[in-house]
Design a protein around this ligand. Structure first.
Ligand code: HEM
Ligand code: SF4
Length: 556
């Protein structure tokens, strides 16, 4: 993984020192909260319902054991012993004291981490495929490009005060695991018919109150043009993007209002102007970065331990069937650790759990961990012979739930439990759905089903791209949950359609149960997933099971 050089180290330390002084001025009363706000936001510090919240970047979701241990140390020393992994490969601490934050930032800098640009109207943490470097279907590891973009965008003088936040994701596979089409800008590494590698550039995706699927801005950008082209896009957005209304300020609206063709020609014009100023240094630098991402030093060992456990231990087998993905080395597996134990808060890990995951990465997984946008943790490179030992160690700390991609592997935003913008609770809804389906013992039979929950229209829980989306709203002081159906965050991205009137807090879990049981009746075979059945049948039969009383009324 990327190792800081002297410049990076000095840069991060200087930023931390600067913020320490700003906090001192705030505490001494020399800065009002309003004056302090943009300064703290540049360092990932929000003010939430009950306390400050610090959002720490985990660039493209990659961590080593030492970094994960440091996150655990921070949770114990300055927070309440846990952290929350988010959909944008960050970790959030919900209870830091303002005066401790500079020390936390120093502790992060000790392990080459930071909270820069994790909030504010800047280019946010650059995210990527959580299976990068291990996936069988990737053209190449997308992380060097993500790192190049991270460095280029960090403190970029032009892009510190954009009209609104700007989110970039990078992928390199046919199968999109990074929700590329819901990003302001996405880079997909692709091959053309001649076998050359280039970039497909997507722009104008986003969730929030006006969800949109990203559109292709350039189908095949030559490699050497990446930075000037992305800079041209940002420049066009920075000049053309609306600043009169913050709800219309994201690039998805700029693209929508001007049309993709107009944006493309403006970007081309800008690109022609700035391309000559990129002398090739960026390409040399990309090569340097690439050297930081070698393939792991694979080991050769017999697979007997794995095969024996798989045959004889049904609990291990169930976990292996659900939580493992194919690795490019056939003796290896990608192991996803579920941070979604039934009844727990999705994405919350205790410091003890973080330490266990760090130990496992160090002992068995080439010192690498990943955070997924689905709020889980991944050991990307595990020799299969180690899997039984890993499973046993995970089980001991409540991390061996076999539910990846299943109905209880829910994305949920913090909602009313923490968030100052929330209109409803999301965490308890996620917890109750997971507990209910665990009770029914139907999860594995139901198969792949992505439920995503947001506690307000901002859509941090990705509900628009959930196969089943749940949006918590406030209807005259009462929580009300709207269901959307048929959303998809993959390469076939789609925004879910609203099913009908919302449900009260105590009605939402039974409604989801009706819907899922209805799907079991509707599907053609056990292989047809919820989304496939929805696409085949359309919304009507699903609405009929969701609103049985409407059916009775129509029949009467
Ligand atoms: C608790 C404090 C949080 C606040 C105040 C907050 C605020 C917001 C706001 C205002 C938006 C809408 C932006 C727009 O449409 O321009 C948004 C979108 C989003 N947030 Fe959050 N958020 C919070 C936590 C989270 C968490 C915990 C996650 C991940 C679990 C997250 C991930 C996202 C994502 C994925 C989007 C939608 C994608 C997009 O930007 O279009 N946020 N957030
Ligand atoms: S969706 Fe709304 S409630 Fe949930 S974290 Fe985002 S802003 Fe807060």
């Amino acid at each position: 993984m990327y190792k800081y050089n002297d410049f990076d180290e000095a840069f991060i330390r200087a930023r931390t020192a600067q913020f320490r002084k700003q906090v001192e001025r705030r505490v001494a009363g020399n800065l009002t909260e309003e004056e302090f706000r943009p300064l703290r936001l540049m360092n990932g510090l929000y003010l939430q319902l009950h306390a400050y919240m610090l959002r720490v970047a985990i660039p493209y979701g990659t961590l080593n054991a030492g970094q994960m241990r440091q996150l655990a140390y921070i949770a114990d020393k300055w927070d309440r012993g846990y952290g929350h992994f988010t959909t944008r490969q960050n970790i959030q601490y919900n209870w830091p004291k303002l005066t401790d934050v500079p020390d936390i930032l120093d502790a992060l800098a000790d392990v080459e981490m930071h909270a820069n640009q994790t909030s504010g109207n800047t280019i946010r943490n650059v995210t990527s495929d959580h299976f990068a470097g291990a996936a069988v279907d990737e053209i190449e590891d997308p992380r060097p490009v993500a790192e190049l973009l991270r460095q280029w965008s960090t403190d970029h003088p032009e892009f510190q005060f954009l009209g609104r936040k700007f989110k970039i994701a990078v992928g390199a596979s046919e199968h999109d695991r990074a929700v590329l089409k819901a990003h302001d800008l996405a880079v997909r590494i692709v091959k053309n018919e001649a076998g050359e590698v280039g970039y497909e550039i997507l722009v104008g995706g986003g969730l929030g109150r006006t969800p949109m699927i990203g559109k292709v801005l350039h189908p095949f950008l030559p490699r050497e043009d990446l930075l000037p082209y992305v800079e041209a896009v940002l420049t066009v957005y920075n000049t053309l993007g609306r600043r009169d209304n913050k709800y219309k300020a994201r690039i998805k609206i700029t693209v929508h209002e001007n049309g993709i063709d107009e944006i493309r020609s403006l970007v081309d014009e800008q690109f022609a102007l700035i391309r000559p100023t990129f002398s090739g240094y960026d390409q040399a630098f990309l090569e340097e970065i690439r050297a930081h991402f070698p393939a792991p030093a694979y080991v050769n060992a017999p697979l007997d331990a794995f095969e024996t456990a798989y045959e004889n231990d049904p609990v291990f087998r169930s976990w292996a069937d659900t939580n493992l993905a194919e690795h490019k080395n056939p003796s290896y597996a990608i192991a996803t650790i579920s941070i979604k134990k039934h009844g727990d808060t999705p994405g919350d890990a205790t410091s003890e759990q973080m330490r266990v995951m760090a130990d496992l990465a160090e002992e068995f997984a080439h010192d690498e961990l990943r955070i997924s946008h689905e709020q889980n943790v991944i050991l990307p490179h595990v020799h299969k012979s180690h899997l039984p030992a890993i499973h046993a160690r995970l089980k001991a700390v409540g991390l061996a739930t076999a539910n990846i991609g299943l109905v209880s592997d829910i994305i949920a935003c913090p909602g009313m439990d923490y968030c100052a913008l929330a209109t409803a609770r999301s965490i308890p809804v996620a917890q109750q759905i997971a507990l209910r389906f665990d009770e029914l013992k139907l999860e594995h039979e139901i198969g792949e089903l992505k439920i995503k929950i947001s506690g307000c229209i901002n859509a941090c829980g990705h509900h628009h791209v959930g196969h089943i989306g749940i949006l918590g709203l406030d209807r005259a002081g009462v929580e009300n949950y709207q269901i959307t159906l048929g959303g998809d965050g993959s390469e076939n991205a789609a925004i879910g359609e609203r099913a009908g009137p919302g449900f009260a807090y105590d009605e939402i879990v039974p409604a989801i149960e009706r819907l899922v049981l209805g799907y079991l009746d509707l599907r053609e075979s056990a292989d047809e997933t919820f989304l496939q059945a929805y696409r085949r049948l359309g919304a009507e039969p699903f609405k009929a099971v969701l609103y049985p009383e409407a059916k009775t009324k129509n029949a009467a």
